[in-house]
Design a protein around this ligand. Structure first.
Ligand SMILES: NC(=O)C1=CN([C@@H]2O[C@H](COP(=O)(O)OP(=O)(O)OC[C@H]3O[C@@H](n4cnc5c(N)ncnc54)[C@H](OP(=O)(O)O)[C@@H]3O)[C@@H](O)[C@H]2O)C=CC1
Ligand SMILES: CC(=O)C(=O)O
Ligand SMILES: [Mg+2]
Length: 760
């Protein structure tokens, strides 16, 4: 199944650079001699003594609480069989990588030369002081059952054999959803399970607990059907032995079956077998890396099929990766002594339910999909869906607390959710808070470029999330065609085409525009023409006349083309004589505001003052206390030249006219954001103590370059440009913005409209 170049790519991926996939990274400073005396002798003796006094302090002073052992003996590696511990190491390193990227859990992978139950159990038990949890992996049945049973009984930290329970949880969730879509009852389905090993047995037990009847299940191992005449079956497998006498082969069993579960080996199911199944069948071919029947063949065989595999390169990846990172996250965070049935069932339901919620745009983008939604090709969430971390870990942690296995009780679940969000990538707390505020009072947002897929997708998201009521401007046929082709659900949203006959209020708008621009060369005829031909004029009039609360445009147009109509029709706020643009940069160190990044090319001293005042006020609207630095290449007079001198002059005016404003400069950017550096060198600065969170650039060039570099090289998320100074909420997208960026801008536009409505 793997194409030759894929095989080579995979080998290169593992061998290039530092061999393997994971490394150990220090978490404390190690730059100075002092740091090292803390990290090692003599400083390290102090936490040692504390732990010796109270063994639970090991969680306080060491990495134990966030450290999981991924342990295998290489006896059932994926579907590759008993290939030995060394050969299993790439898989175990892979699990370590997934634990880290999805749930911020650190992993040591341990590949043991230990085949017997006693040997394996004794080694793992002795590791208890080091780890917060143990993930057993790719150990063949039946040894794995006894190993897990003993370790759970004899250890006081959570132990889970992932191939058994991780797989059971995920496939259980997928099965519930697939049955719902195919209109089948779990209690009535006829199921064939191919494989009778660790994964198959545990998954089947889970299906029984979800409602499947054991008499409706037929299981196979490599020797054929498990029936009551077999004399080679242990007790665990005997419970799945069928009474049916008409079934000898897999082909026999597949006839009329509703569900096929493959946890065996690659390519053992034929298209004919699929054809013989009942109407609307479900096939989970989960053997890795090669499924029992490959996705393309299976899904081409019949239209009424729901097909899933364990692979990431096809729709419906039913793989334990959706479970183990989040299950252990929840278990570690409440310091659970075990992962029990309650926690597993809670995880399965959380995963099943998450599939039915609207999919964040970031997930669509990550998978190059247009509109993922619950259906035949999306029966289970995608592993890169960051909501899994909160939804599943919280469900697991709550179940641990409620079932009495938690040693640490969480009471503030919202704070725990915030903590989880902060663990992965950027901390988007501010963006989330903005979205929450927007949803409290959603506004009507007119989209001037609605004949564009990205705009329509964003409109769908803000509508679904209750952030805004979209109004779409553009050719209705074209918009409806895109909606239909991309299966968006915007049927009830207002579409206005300014070019059509009988456009609402066009006469009033034309009269208004004519009155405003008659002494600037605009005739009545031209005013009407502008409104019909340029949707930025029509959209701005809608906002001015109160037919909409905010305007979003600029995805396909130059900035000036949007801002000009807004300035002509709506104008600036009272007492404000210019507009400016600001970016909210979501950085790993928190939010930082950049301005002016958009409008004023080469501001004079007075313009710099005006821009600073506008931006400072706007930062307050995000419930953040602004600490403003005016940037230059000079620190407090260290260099001459028009830029530092102008900036210095602007700071002087700001200090005089706005004594309460926390603002200083001119200063270099590193001094502005490194408060230690500033304090050591310029202790007189009014910014001392805390870094600046609002950076004013001396000109458009420097502001624009800075935010783009931070976005591309620093991995910061840029939200903006947020247009400041207009009387009403109008916001201009960057040319080619992503759907996520558009959604962010709409959210900001709604907040802006709320605030402007409050001020008027
Ligand atoms: N998608 C996912 O998340 C997961 C997928 N898997 C996949 O499931 C498979 C089994 O893994 P696991 O349970 O850990 O391994 P085990 O070695 O414990 O079990 C393998 C089972 O498959 C049976 N088997 C092998 N070949 C055939 C065949 N041709 N026909 C019928 N049965 C067969 C074996 O029979 P016998 O007992 O007679 O040897 C055994 O019962 C692997 O391919 C693995 O990659 C596993 C975990 C998670
Ligand atoms: C996914 C997994 O754990 C396996 O195939 O073994
Ligand atoms: Mg496995």
């Amino acid at each position: 199944m793997n194409k030759p170049n894929r095989k080579l790519d995979a080998l290169n991926y593992h061998s290039k650079g530092r061999p393997g996939k994971i490394q150990v990274v220090p978490t404390k400073p190690t730059n100075s001699q002092r740091d090292l005396t803390m990290a090692y002798s003599p400083g390290v003796a102090e936490p040692c003594l504390k732990i010796a006094e109270n063994v639970d302090d090991v969680y306080k002073y060491t990495a134990k609480g966030n450290l999981v052992a991924v342990i295998s003996n290489g006896t059932a590696v994926l579907g590759l069989g008993n290939i030995g511990p060394e050969a299993s190491k790439p898989v175990m390193e892979g699990k370590g990588l997934l634990f880290k990227i999805y749930a911020d859990i650190d992993v040591f992978d341990l590949e043991l030369n230990a085949k017997s139950v006693d040997e394996f159990v004794n080694i793992v038990k002795a590791l208890e002081p080091t780890f917060g949890g143990v993930n057993l992996e790719d150990i063949s049945a039946p040894t794995c059952f006894e190993i897990e049973r003993r370790l759970k009984a004899e250890m006081n930290i959570p132990v889970m054999h992932d191939d058994q329970h991780g797989t059971a949880i995920i496939s259980g969730a997928a099965l519930m959803n697939a049955c719902e879509l195919q209109d089948k009852k779990l209690s009535e389905i006829k199921m064939v399970v191919n494989g009778a090993g660790a994964a198959a047995v545990s998954c089947s037990k889970m299906y029984l607990s979800l409602g499947v009847k054991v008499e409706n299940l037929v299981m196979f191992d490599i020797n054929g059907v498990l029936d009551k005449n077999r004399t080679d079956l242990d007790d665990i497998r005997m419970q799945f032995a069928t009474n049916r006498t008409d079934v000898k082969t897999l082909s026999d069993a597949m006839k009329g079956a509703d569900v096929f579960i493959g946890l065996s080996a690659g390519n053992v199911v034929s298209p004919d077998m699929l054809r013989s199944m009942a109407p609307n069948p479900i096939v989970f071919a989960m053997a890795n890396p090669n499924p029992e029947i490959d996705y393309e063949t299976g899904s081409a065989t019949r239209d009424d099929l729901i097909m899933a595999t364990g692979r990431s390169d096809f729709p419906n990846q039913v793989n334990n990766v959706l479970g183990f990172p989040f299950i252990f996250r929840g278990a570690l965070d409440v310091r659970a002594t075990a992962i029990n049935e309650e926690m597993k069932i809670a995880a399965a339901y959380a995963i099943a339910e998450l599939t039915k919620k609207p999919v964040p745009e970031a997930v669509n983008t990550a998978y190059n999909a247009k509109n993922l939604k619950f259906g035949k090709d999306y029966i289970i969430p995608k592993p890169m869906d960051q909501r899994l971390l909160t939804e599943v870990s919280i469900a697991v942690a709550k179940a641990a607390v409620e079932s009495g296995v938690a040693r640490k009780v969480i009471t503030d679940w919202d704070a725990y959710a915030e903590e989880l969000q902060g663990r992965i990538g950027k901390d988007n707390r501010l963006l989330r808070n903005i979205a929450v505020s927007a949803k409290q009072n959603p506004k009507r947002v007119v989209f001037a470029e609605a004949d564009n897929y990205k705009i329509l997708r964003a409109a769908q998201i803000v509508k679904d999330e209750g952030i805004a009521t979209p109004i779409l401007l553009g050719n209705a046929d074209k918009i409806n065609q895109i909606i239909e082709e991309t299966e968006l659900e915007l049927g009830d949203v207002a579409i206005i085409d300014p070019r059509a006959d009988n456009v609402p209020q066009i006469d009033d708008y034309a009269k208004y525009l004519y009155q405003k621009r008659q002494r600037r060369g605009v005739t009545m005829h031209e005013a009407r023409k502008l409104l019909i031909t340029d949707r930025n004029y029509y959209g701005a009039c809608m906002v001015q006349f109160g037919e909409a609360d905010a305007l979003i445009s600029g995805l396909t147009k130059n900035y000036v083309n949007v801002i000009k109509p807004a300035l002509q029709i709506i104008g600036t706020e009272k007492g404000v004589n210019r507009v400016a643009g600001m970016y909210l940069m979501v950085t790993p160190k928190g939010p930082v505001f950049f301005g002016d990044t958009t409008v004023n090319v080469d501001p004079t001293v007075q313009e710099l003052v005006d821009i600073t005042v506008l931006i400072e006020r706007s930062v307050r609207q995000f419930n953040i206390s602004p600490r403003v630095a005016l940037l230059s290449y000079s620190n407090f007079g260290s260099n001459d030249g028009p830029i530092p001198e102008g900036t210095r002059e602007a700071v002087k005016i700001l200090h005089e006219k706005y004594p309460d404003m926390i603002v200083d400069g001119e200063m270099q950017a590193n001094f502005a954001i490194n408060s230690e550096l500033l304090k050591d060198n310029f202790p007189f600065s009014t910014l001392n103590g805390t870094p600046a969170n609002t950076l004013i650039f001396p000109n458009l060039e420097s502001g624009n370059i800075a935010y783009k570099l931070l976005q591309e090289l620093g991995g910061a998320e840029a939200v903006g440009p947020i247009l400041l100074g207009l009387k009403k909420s109008v916001h201009v997208l960057q040319l080619g913005s992503s759907v996520r960026e558009i959604v962010n801008m709409v959210t900001i536009a709604v907040l802006d409209a709320q605030q402007k409505a409050g001020n008027n």
